[in-house]
Design a protein around this ligand. Structure first.
Ligand code: UDP
Ligand code: MG
Length: 335
């Protein structure tokens, strides 16, 4: 049984472990969002089977079908495993990875929960190391990519830029080069599941939850088969989503920008007035007027856009629509 040494403010149930709970094997849930992954699923399942057979833990694979248009659901529901029990959560349409992951976390019942991609880019072997850290007392074990060699330099550069900008603006820092692949204790998952927001930027929510975190390094392999589901445009959208859900710094920035431009405009106005008084009226000035006008209207549109992002977010949140809808859940036991 794990040593419970949570602090004064830990929820009461963490201290109330009875003997039966200490003797039953711990259940580990793997949460796998899958969108059009029919080509990779079987390979991934077989690999999990190899890695987890003979382990002292019980295993559960929560596969979330994110409205795939191929045979992902069929592949998942017809697979019979000896090593893990299978829970297939079928969403009613394509909701996106963040929503699919949220659905998976809420459907997982393990003592520890590990989100994992379906394309084998998150090596299952690493899970065993995460679990040994967890058994020794870590509540979160994050996996950091020690090298991003499998990415293009453009993706590496933009990722570095994103982490730098996000961490400068937000109160919670998200660790660099760490994806959704991590182990979370039940108490961490409960905290995240309890968050009411419906636009869910999971990396941020994970960091927001906190808890005792340890870190392991790994080299991320490239995709087993198929292609990534994230193009540049979707990544930029995700970045804007992340920043606007965790910080209002851009709004502050617009305020400062407005004040600085107003001060500069006032100084320039004084300069023109003085010059006119000293040298008299001078007509040419077309170019400067046009470029200033264009610059200022650009700034105004930018400011409006940033404010609009936040208004839009509050509007969407205020409707309190659920982040996903589940069509059905299929379960099968190991064996
Ligand atoms: N995914 C999903 N819904 C989406 C996009 C992706 O469920 O809208 C899943 C996908 O099936 C995979 C994981 O999220 O299991 C990671 O996706 P991908 O490999 O395309 O992302 P990358 O590794 O390139 O960041
Ligand atoms: Mg991938």
């Amino acid at each position: 049984c794990r040593q419970e040494n949570a602090g004064v403010y830990a929820p009461v149930h963490r201290h109330m472990k009875d003997a039966s709970e200490c003797t039953r094997p711990k259940l580990i849930s793997l949460v796998m969002p899958a969108y059009n992954e029919q080509g990779t699923l079987r390979v991934a399942f077989d690999r999990l089977e190899d890695v987890f057979a003979g382990s002292p833990y019980e295993w559960e694979l929560v596969l979330v079908n994110d409205g795939s248009s191929d045979d992902t659901l069929l592949e998942a529901t017809t697979y019979r495993s000896r090593a893990f029990r299978m829970v297939v959560v079928d969403l009613s349409r394509h909701f996106g990875k963040e929503a699919a992951l949220s659905a998976g976390l809420r459907s997982a019942s393990g003592d520890a929960v590990i989100p994992m991609d379906a394309d084998l880019q998150d090596p299952p072997e690493l899970v065993l190391e995460m679990i040994s850290r967890w058994a020794k007392g870590a509540e979160v074990v994050i996996a950091r990519r020690s090298d991003r060699g499998s990415d293009l330099w453009t993706k590496r550069f933009s990722a570095a830029l994103f982490y730098r900008a996000f961490n400068m603006m937000s109160d919670v820092a998200i660790p660099e080069n760490v994806g959704d692949f991590r182990l979370m204790d039940r108490s961490v998952v409960d905290a995240i599941n309890g968050l009411p927001e419906n636009r869910r930027f999971m990396k941020g929510l994970f960091a927001w939850a906190g808890f005792r975190t340890e870190e392991i390094d790994y080299v991320r392999p490239s995709r087993a088969s198929g292609a990534t589901k994230f193009n540049t445009f979707r990544l930029v959208n995700l970045a804007i989503e992340g920043v606007t859900s965790f910080s209002t710094a851009p709004l502050r920035l617009v305020t400062y920008l407005g004040v600085s431009v107003a001060i500069a405009a006032m100084a320039y106005g004084c300069y023109i007035a003085l010059r006119t008084l000293i040298y008299g009226v001078e007509l040419p000035g077309y170019a400067s007027i046009v470029s200033l006008l264009a610059f200022l209207s650009g700034l105004q549109l930018l400011g409006l856009g940033i404010v609009g992002e936040y208004v839009g977010r509050s509007y969407m949140e205020s409707k309190s629509r659920p982040p996903y809808v589940i069509r059905g859940i299929f379960r099968s036991d190991a064996g």
